[in-house]
Design a protein around this ligand. Structure first.
Ligand code: SF4
Ligand code: SF4
Length: 201
């Protein structure tokens, strides 16, 4: 079965004198090379210049805080299970009394690490998270000289209070609409029958 029309029939015919000289072919090649001198260069001089990024570009992750600044992640491990590259590891801990302002849920991630060398930026962790805690962003992972520096911990992943990251463009229209329903916030179980009652997950 023919899959494409790009196949070529190989010819065994003898080369002509001009073809054996190779000069026309060399001249043609030089002309192609020279023509590129007058074309606009597509090179982007990063980091001085940056290319425009799609709002849903899948780059460096962020662990989000809620509107009060508490960490959203509850260390459920669903992102790690969903990760095809086994790039995510974490340790959970129980929230103590008085730490409600730090952690949104009763369980939180004491440590949370993503190995950026393993990550293939597929976004499955983001899709698996039931708490809207992890998102990929349009930031590019920095170059490093040492491999261990690519293992990002909470110090790099958790959103800074002074530099919140807007991920609203990454959320689907359905999720955005869902959040507008009073009493049915994104981390409450959606149940058509109890619409508006805010049944807790
Ligand atoms: S983006 Fe994909 S590969 Fe990277 S940590 Fe998330 S699930 Fe794993
Ligand atoms: S980021 Fe989301 S899916 Fe991953 S452990 Fe935290 S709450 Fe669970």
């Amino acid at each position: 079965m023919q899959l494409t029309n790009r196949s070529k029939v190989v010819s065994n015919k003898e080369q002509s004198f001009m073809e054996r000289l190779y000069l026309p072919a060399i001249a043609k090649g030089m002309l192609i090379t020279a023509s590129h001198l007058f074309k606009k260069t597509p090179t982007t001089k990063y980091p001085e210049q940056t290319r425009p990024m799609a709002p849903v570009y899948r780059g460096e992750h962020v662990l989000k805080r809620d509107e009060n600044g508490a960490e959203r992640c509850t260390a459920c491990g669903l992102c790690a299970v969903a990760c095809p590259a086994e790039a995510i590891t974490m340790e959970s801990a129980e929230r103590k009394k008085g730490e409600e302002h730090l952690y949104r849920e009763e369980k939180y991630a004491r440590t949370y690490e993503i190995n950026m060398l393993r990550c293939i930026f597929c976004g499955l962790c983001e899709e698996a998270c039931p708490k809207e805690a992890i998102f990929l962003t349009d930031r590019i992972v920095d170059a490093e000289y040492e491999r261990e520096n690519f293992v990002y911990g909470k110090d790099k992943l958790v959103e800074k209070m002074t530099a919140r990251i807007d991920v609203s463009k990454r959320q689907t229209l359905e999720v955005a609409e869902f959040k507008k329903i009073p009493g049915l916030k994104h981390n409450e179980l959606y149940d058509g029958k109890s619409l508006g009652k805010g049944k807790k997950h």
